[in-house]
Design a protein around this ligand. Structure first.
Ligand SMILES: *Cc1c(COP(=O)(O)O)cnc(C)c1O
Length: 457
């Protein structure tokens, strides 16, 4: 029963999806193989077994279109799912646009973002395999807090390597993790060989996601009781997030509407993919060829728009397998002036492949315009978006204004991946006029790319 006039489209607990959508089943050509960093040969499940439980390794390479969500996982989801889809009527009015703007809001999870969607699933599969401890990295702390909460639900220990600048700039995210029972250390840390090596070269290293990944991977690889957990980038993580897009589809049906444009921000690609892949499925099968799907990144970390599509390491030290992805080089350290998150040097292989295949678009936006969009959104809709999500909002507003100019009544749907309640420092800097734009220089990309690992063929 369509009900067009609403502001919020809610679903019932029974509408929480029972299966994840695996886009690998619908790709015309398969993903390029993941390579062993030593041999350069494609890796097999056994190579990943020290790091991940077998169930997740199977999901990583599965070609099944639908994968059953365990009842124990759905049971935890009931705490905050299904999440609402809003019609941004007040923003539309403020912009004077004929476009219809909708947003799926993932900030209602206890950790404040979409990340618990995969954290809960990962904690569950690890627990089921008898793992007792998980290691991970976190940048701003959103992933670390999601995993800390998930580990609390399933009685697992959790160690988080937190990028050092964030550790000092965002104490409240750390306290959140500690409240949920995790141990948090600033990265680079003296707790690992990788961390020690970086600290020897530069005792004042601000850290980076790539460095923190090296530490968390080493932690898991060197301990029997521990596996590693990653909050984005990997195929299974993106798949876990597809509940976001599957719910959105149902909610748009309720609104009796169809998306013309989908927008999401990209750091490693998980919220964008989870939100858009169930729709991209219709593009891949030719059912909805005209749908535009836009991934938005910061000009300070432009992996898709300026990076090279090449094999690279997932971390800085070079411990991970080689993945073909759009990369700024694994030695990338984000510019300190950048406040908006989305700082990873690479990008999910699936996002890169779809971009390379021309299925999705990518745009890079500068940070001052991004925060301006966030503030315009907050003043119209109330919700203070995570700076990451604000990148998507910038493009949504630009598209809505284009619709106004062209007199087009398009439906623009975006993923509001989280709230910004722990990012008020960045808002404060913006309001005080202290943020500046930064375009990552082409020369720096070119230099970093000279360090790409050599791969045959
Ligand atoms: C982590 C995070 C992102 C970026 O990660 P993706 O894997 O690209 O989604 C975006 N928004 C929020 C709120 C986040 O916490």
């Amino acid at each position: 029963m369509p009900d067009k006039e609403r502001t919020k489209y809610q679903l019932d607990e029974k509408d929480i999806p029972t299966k994840w959508y695996n886009i690998q089943a619908d790709l015309k050509t398969p993903l390029p193989p993941v390579l062993h960093p030593g041999t350069g040969q494609p890796i097999g499940p056994q190579d990943l077994a020290p790091l991940f439980p077998m169930e997740l390794i199977k999901q990583e390479v599965s070609q099944e279109r639908w994968i059953e969500i365990p009842e124990e996982v759905r049971d935890v989801f009931r705490l905050w799912r299904p999440t609402p889809l809003y019609r941004a009527r007040r923003l539309e009015k403020a912009l004077g646009t004929p476009a219809r703007i909708y947003y799926k809001y993932e900030g209602v999870s206890p950790a404040g973002s979409h990340k618990p969607n995969t954290a809960v699933a990962q904690a569950y599969y690890n627990k089921k395999q008898g793992v007792t401890r998980l290691s991970t990295e976190t940048g701003a702390g959103q992933w670390g807090s999601a995993l800390a909460m998930a580990c609390a639900f399933f009685g697992l220990q959790c160690k988080v390597y937190m990028v050092k600048v964030s550790y000092h700039q965002k104490p409240y995210r750390r306290v959140l993790m500690e409240t949920w029972g995790a141990q948090v250390v600033p990265s680079p840390s003296p707790d690992t060989q990788a961390g020690k090596k970086i600290l020897e070269q530069d005792p004042n290293s601000p850290g980076s996601l790539g460095i923190a990944i090296s530490e968390a991977v080493e932690d898991a690889a060197t301990r029997e009781d521990t596996k590693y957990s990653l909050g984005s980038v990997l195929n299974h993580v993106l798949m876990h997030q597809t509940i976001v897009g599957l719910e959105t589809k149902k909610q748009l049906d309720k609104a009796d509407d169809e998306a013309d444009i989908l927008v999401g921000c990209i750091g490693g690609g998980s919220n964008f993919s989870g939100f858009s892949f169930p729709f991209v499925a219709d593009k891949l099968t030719g059912k909805k060829k005209k749908l535009r799907v836009i991934a938005v990144e910061p000009t300070a970390c432009p992996s898709l728009t300026k990076g090279k599509y090449a094999y690279d390491f997932g971390d800085t030290v070079g411990l991970t397998p080689l993945v073909k992805m759009h990369t700024l080089g694994h030695t990338f350290v984000p510019p300190p002036v950048h406040a908006g998150g989305l700082r990873y040097h690479g990008m999910a292989a699936l996002v890169c492949k779809l971009y390379d295949d021309g299925m999705i678009e990518a745009v890079a936006v500068p940070q001052v315009a991004t925060f301006q969009a966030a503030i315009q959104f907050a003043r119209a809709e109330g919700i203070i978006p995570a700076p990451e999500s604000a990148h998507a909002i910038r493009v949504v507003i630009d598209e809505a204004l284009r619709c106004k100019k062209e007199g087009k009544r398009q439906a623009i749907v975006f993923n509001l991946s989280g709230h910004g309640h722990f990012d008020l420092g960045a808002y404060e800097a913006h309001l005080a006029g202290k943020l500046q734009d930064y375009e990552y220089p082409a020369e720096k990309v070119a230099e970093a790319l000279t360090h790409l690992p050599k791969v045959k063929g």
